[in-house]
Design a protein around this ligand. Structure first.
Ligand SMILES: Cc1cc2nc3c(=O)[nH]c(=O)nc-3n(C[C@H](O)[C@H](O)[C@H](O)COP(=O)(O)OP(=O)(O)OC[C@H]3O[C@@H](n4cnc5c(N)ncnc54)[C@H](O)[C@@H]3O)c2cc1C
Length: 511
């Protein structure tokens, strides 16, 4: 019997296997259906460039290499980093490539039976699902009427070669949708992007040569979420003042975000690709498709625009949240019903989901690592889960908090969480929140880093279970700190506005 089986060797499966090993669960096997590690990034589109910077994307205890402070990885660089990380922490010996899980069932004795496609059967007391939820394409209903034109989902898109000289509609304007819209707009005869509502809040990857996500720091994100409205107004004013056609389009698109929490009530779209497509490559943003004629050759939008002689539609409409090899009742498990988006309240410590929490801003990788640390702690018996009733209460509280913040967006994207609130909540459960007050007096340089450097994973290695204080300090010392820019100034103004409530950084967020 194996102690733990991890399904998937994407970043989530790799970091979880590493944490399980570090927690002493050495009889761990990580099953991967493809012939290489890296998940989405091992197979994504040719020009895939990450939207979170390397310092934000890195795992807490494995340095990215000097001189990469403001760098954004290509998909190959990301896979290379995880590969070196897996080598360094002895993960590779535990990964079995080309091992596809066909079926997972749990017996009355609580043992998981894992049937591989090869016919082999494995048994384990614990299962980690790190199989990703970017597998099964989601389409709007009208896609079935597209019988006379070419259709493609972003999952299968590699490059724009097939769209040279064509008339192409891209549906959806998230990060992949924006990147694809720009590539298509550059070569197509005519291109459109259809958006149901907004495209999230667009921010550039870089500002003045520096990674923009350095500003995802406690100096601003520790403020109450209603501050998102004045913050949004300020940012819009500054973007307009640039008098730059790309930033004008960006501001026009961002003005469509009508959430009471402003930019903090939606997700970030961290690429200028869509504004560039519109400003320089003739792409037009249109509304939702409401009518399909002649098998898709003619389309009409909710804002009355007629798209004529359409050759192709590229759907960047996300994925269905389903794991087909799991038992029926777990196949479409709602992440919001899980304790910390990872533990099932009935199956408790026999099953963990890794990667089912997607942050509005920030990065998914530090969240996967924190979840993996919690998983390692619980599976090794060093941390105890609360009672099932308490797990359910906490899941409901977290769910209510994120539904209040993100409204309809959180109803549609069931994995959507607020990065800072979620990470702080996990840190409280693990006991590894950085000691801000102590640092303020004892080590002001470190405090400055914790407050005004990116809130990435290493901050959570200073104290508590799994702490690596020397390595953490060494890495944190190398990380960039925000300049005294408009975000830092807005944060200081916010602290004055909210008075004592915000004067000291709030250590505990969420439930
Ligand atoms: C195009 C794109 C770009 C993104 N860019 C960023 C970014 O810049 N920053 C960021 O923070 N997040 C980003 N994300 C979001 C998120 O970080 C990624 O989706 C990430 O890959 C999720 O990691 P994962 O390990 O959970 O899943 P995946 O990467 O999907 O890996 C899951 C693995 O499980 C394997 N698997 C699935 N089913 C089985 C089975 N039955 N048997 C065996 N193995 C199986 C798959 O082959 C795969 O290797 C991006 C997502 C996409 C789609």
């Amino acid at each position: 019997m194996i102690d733990c089986i991890v399904v998937g060797a994407g970043p989530g499966g790799i970091v979880c296997t590493k944490e399980l090993l570090e927690h002493g669960i050495s009889n761990t096997v990580c099953l991967e259906q493809s012939d290489r590690i890296g998940g989405v990034f091992a197979s994504g589109y040719d020009n895939l460039l990450l939207t979170s910077s390397a310092v934000f994307s890195m795992f807490s205890d494995f340095w990215i290499g000097d001189g990469k402070d403001h760098h954004f990885w290509t998909k190959d660089e990301a896979v290379d980093y995880w590969s070196r990380y897996a080598d360094h922490y002895g993960v590779k010996q535990h990964v079995r490539l080309s091992s596809r899980v066909a079926k997972a069932t749990i017996g009355e004795d609580g043992v998981w039976k894992i049937d591989l496609e090869s016919g082999e059967v494995l048994r384990s007391r614990r299962l980690v699902l790190a199989a990703g939820n970017n597998r099964i394409p989601r389409y709007p209903d009208w896609h079935q009427s597209l019988t006379g034109i070419q259709i493609l989902h972003s999952r299968d898109y590699r490059n724009a070669n097939a769209f040279q000289g064509k008339r192409v509609l891209v549906v959806g304007g998230g990060e992949s949708g924006s990147d694809i819209a720009l590539e298509v707009a550059k070569v197509a005869a005519r291109s459109w992007v259809s958006l149901r509502r907004s495209t999230g809040w667009i921010v550039p990857r870089k500002r003045e040569g520096r990674a923009a996500d350095i500003s995802t720091h406690r100096g601003i994100w520790d403020l109450p979420r209603e501050f998102g409205v004045p913050l949004s107004k300020l940012v819009l004013k500054l973007e307009r003042a640039r008098m730059d056609p790309v930033f004008d389009v960006l501001a026009t698109l961002n003005e469509r975000v009508r959430n009471p929490k402003g930019l903090w009530g939606t997700y970030g779209t961290k690429t200028l690709a869509l504004p560039q497509a519109v400003a320089y490559h003739g792409c037009t943003v249109v509304g939702d498709i409401v009518e399909v004629r002649e098998g898709g050759r003619f389309l009409r939008t909710s804002d009355g625009v007629e798209l004529d002689h359409v050759d192709a539609v590229v759907f960047c409409t996300g994925y269905v949240n389903r794991v087909p090899f799991m038992p029926e009742e777990l196949q479409s498990c709602d992440p919001r019903s899980l304790y910390k988006h990872m533990f099932h309240t009935r199956l408790r410590d026999s099953l963990a989901f890794i990667g089912w929490a997607r942050p509005g801003f920030g990065s998914q990788f530090p969240i996967m690592e924190m979840q993996s640390r919690l998983c390692g702690g619980v599976f090794s018996g060093k941390l105890a889960l609360p009672s099932s009733a308490e797990m359910e209460r906490v899941a409901n509280l977290d769910s209510a908090m994120f539904l209040e913040q993100f409204e309809d967006t959180a109803r549609n994207i069931r994995s959507l969480v607020d990065y800072h609130r979620f990470m702080n909540g996990l840190a409280r459960v693990i006991g590894c929140h950085p000691p801000l007050l102590k640092c303020f007096f004892a080590n002001p340089r470190l405090w400055l880093q914790l407050m005004y450097g990116p809130t990435q994973a290493t901050q959570f290695r200073l104290v508590g279970p799994g702490k690596k204080p020397e390595l953490a300090r060494e890495i944190l010392n190398k990380l960039p700190i925000s300049t005294f820019n408009h975000i830092v100034k807005a944060g200081l103004r916010g602290r004055v506005k909210y008075g004592l409530k915000a004067l000291l950084p709030r250590v505990i967020e969420g439930s």
